[in-house]
Design a binder for this molecule. Structure first.
Ligand code: 4AD
Ligand code: MG
Length: 429
């Protein structure tokens, strides 16, 4: 009977065959302890010389790190072992003996590991991160699907920009110029006018020459857009979403969080409502901490970290100056020099994970913004149409998947949050 390591719990006392790789091996002369992995989990298989027969004993002796094999054995429960189960080896069929696997248990430098990313993802830490990433994706889809949002896929090849022209990837679209999408938002606004509540989930590209631990060139963004939803309601959706994601990882990925040595007590506090602070309050706070900061500047990483440190939960910073935010954000009717927007700053120094706002719904104001930002009315006629044919108040936001993974996993750098990161000067593998 073939099964995966994850499934052995249903086969206690039975003999099963598992396709797997040798992770590590330890021998005491008469007994070999094989640490096996198959992606679904880890299990220790025990080969006892006096019991397994010569062929299996020989095969076990030959196995090297990352050799592939089918192991056959009896499943037994063992509360002392890590996964709770062990295998008494009865037979081994080697598929391939691996020679000189490049990644050994010794320390390797980051560049070496990044060059071997295709193999590095086999290591327990990297596997744990990718499993948690998959759980986060599932939690996000579940959150929106259960609340009546429709998944809508905006295009990746676009004729114009959404978040400013400085970081666009240019390409040719036959004879026309085209750009890789940096946000699907404008299309999602059109979709919200058709389907009410929508979200997108897809890759996003920023040709940013930033080499920080928070920036990827290609990253995945989740962009909900909601008709008849205002700024205040927008923030409620965001805090519920983040609470749901964190709780779902805590429930389903205990082992992986343990592998990463994540302090889960910090994550356990992330539920309910999140603190809110206006940009003005954030500036006053920075001044009180001795930062030199002028009203109208954008926050840098040290500012965000100082602000976030006051709270155990993520914090919303709202009402940024109109001048430093995107053209589509709705000004506060009480105070048009600030916009009805929020950035959600993660705790523990992980920085901004969400950017969102209420959108301008007034046709005249959006026209004015087009003039101010020198945007081509021709390229965006369709977007202006949304303010012409049944315009409604609407809001949305963008959640960065990799920064969310980095925070929840407690990682130093976003390069480990995505299977094959695209970074400044890194396109391999
Ligand atoms: O704040 P941003 O640029 O917002 C937008 O693109 C809006 N159009 C979203 C919307 O309202 N629909 O990006 C949103 C989030 C950030 O908060 C961050 O988490 C992530 O996307 N992000 C990045 N993640 C990794 N690498 C980068 N270079 C990123 N740039 C943004
Ligand atoms: Mg932002």
């Amino acid at each position: 009977m073939k099964c995966t390591i994850r499934e052995v719990q249903h086969h206690v006392g039975e003999t099963v065959t598992i396709g797997c790789w040798l992770h590590k091996k330890r021998s005491s002369g008469k007994i070999q302890f094989l640490q096996l992995r198959d992606g679904s989990g880890y299990i220790q298989a025990i080969a006892v010389k006096s019991e397994v027969g010569e062929a299996a004993w020989e095969a076990a002796s030959k196995l090297t790190q990352e050799s592939s094999l089918y192991v056959t054995g009896r499943v037994k429960e063992d509360p002392r072992s890590k996964g709770g189960y062990e295998l008494d080896v009865e037979g081994i069929e080697i598929l391939q003996l691996t020679e000189e696997y490049p990644i050994t248990p010794k320390e390797h430098g980051t560049d070496f590991l990044m060059d071997h990313r295709h193999l590095w993802i086999r290591s327990p830490r990297q596997r744990a991160i990718l499993v948690i990433r998959a759980q986060i994706v599932q939690a996000i889809q579940q959150f929106f699907n259960e609340r009546g949002f429709h998944l809508v896929d905006p295009p990746i090849l676009t004729p114009s920009s959404c978040e400013g022209t400085t970081n666009l990837f240019h390409t040719k679209y036959f004879d026309e110029d085209a750009y890789l999408t940096q946000s699907g938002q404008l299309y999602m606004e059109a979709a919200a006018m058709a389907l009410g509540r929508v979200y997108s989930f897809g890759p996003t590209f920023r040709a940013e020459k930033s080499k920080t631990r928070r920036h990827l060139i290609e990253f995945w963004m989740i962009e909900p857009e909601m008709a008849f939803v205002d700024h205040v309601e927008n923030l409620q959706v965001q805090e519920q979403l983040i609470g749901h994601i964190v709780q779902s990882v805590l429930t389903n990925c205990r082992k992986e969080l343990e592998t990463l040595e994540r302090d889960v007590s910090k994550l356990e506090q992330v539920q309910g409502t999140f603190p809110r602070m206006t940009y003005d309050e954030a500036v006053a706070f920075l001044h009180s901490k001795g930062f030199e900061f002028e009203w109208g500047e954008d926050f840098g990483a040290p500012h965000e970290t100082a602000i976030a440190e006051q709270f155990a939960k993520p914090v919303f910073i709202t009402h940024y100056p109109t001048a430093i935010k995107a053209f589509y954000m709705k000004p506060d009717p009480q105070r048009p020099e600030v916009v009805l927007c929020a950035d959600l700053i993660a705790p523990e120094g992980y920085g901004e994970i969400i950017g969102g706002s209420q959108r301008i719904d007034d046709p005249e104001l959006i026209e004015l913004r087009f003039q101010e930002h020198e945007l081509s009315k021709e390229a965006y006629q369709w977007y202006l149409d949304l303010r012409k044919y049944g315009s409604v108040p609407h809001s949305g936001f963008g959640l960065g998947l990799e920064r969310t993974v980095a925070w929840i996993c407690g990682l130093d750098h976003v390069r480990e949050t995505i299977p094959f990161p695209r970074l400044l000067y890194r396109l391999y593998p």
